[in-house]
Write a protein that binds this ligand. Structure first.
Ligand code: HEC
Length: 148
């Protein structure tokens, strides 16, 4: 009796182990995808949210900001902007957004500037709806704190 692993055993471990890992990966992926509607509150996905997402894209907000950690690290994370700036009050957040977007660029020395986008009130409301909806996505508590 020898305690060396034969080529056959090694091959079986390699293929068996790989197959097992692939099946676990596929199963977990399937499970996550099934939960998307619940995790993202799909029932609260209004037309305003969709228009806001579109405005987010065409104005390239993500060129400076991150959202759920994705994007550029020039300006604050915005998936938690509603929690940070609206403190759970949707109307308060919408009026904050109107004021914020209208006031850009702020003339404060030594501070990074955000451009003026000349959006209408309705467009800013749509962007606010998008940020409110995004803040409620169950993404395992990311970002870990309320800061930007
Ligand atoms: C050229 C870079 C740039 C782009 C593009 C940009 N921003 Fe900003 N944004 C900034 C900077 C820099 C700040 C921080 C400014 C400050 O604190 O004075 C900021 C701050 C903000 C804040 C306040 C965040 C906080 O925590 O105080 C909001 C809300 C915001 N941006 C929304 C947007 C939206 C919506 C868009 C797209 C329409 C956008 N930004 C595009 C640079 C940008």
């Amino acid at each position: 009796m020898t305690d060396r692993i034969t080529k056959n055993t090694a091959r079986n471990i390699y293929f068996g182990g790989s197959l097992f890992a692939i099946l676990v990966f596929a199963g977990l992926t399937f499970d996550t995808v099934q939960k998307f509607p619940e995790l993202t509150n799909e029932d609260k996905l209004t037309h305003s949210v969709a228009r806001g997402k579109n405005l987010w894209e065409v104005n390239n907000c993500v060129g400076c900001h991150t959202i759920m950690g994705e994007g550029a690290y020039y300006a604050p994370e915005l998936a938690n902007a509603f929690d940070r700036l609206g403190a759970g009050d949707e109307e308060a957040f919408k009026s904050y957004m109107q004021g914020w977007m209208a006031a850009q660029p702020l003339d404060i020395p030594n501070r990074r500037k955000m451009p003026q986008f000349n959006l209408t009130n309705d467009q800013v409301n749509d962007l606010a709806s998008f940020l409110i909806w995004t803040s409620k996505i169950d993404d395992n508590e990311w970002p870990p704190n309320i800061e930007g």
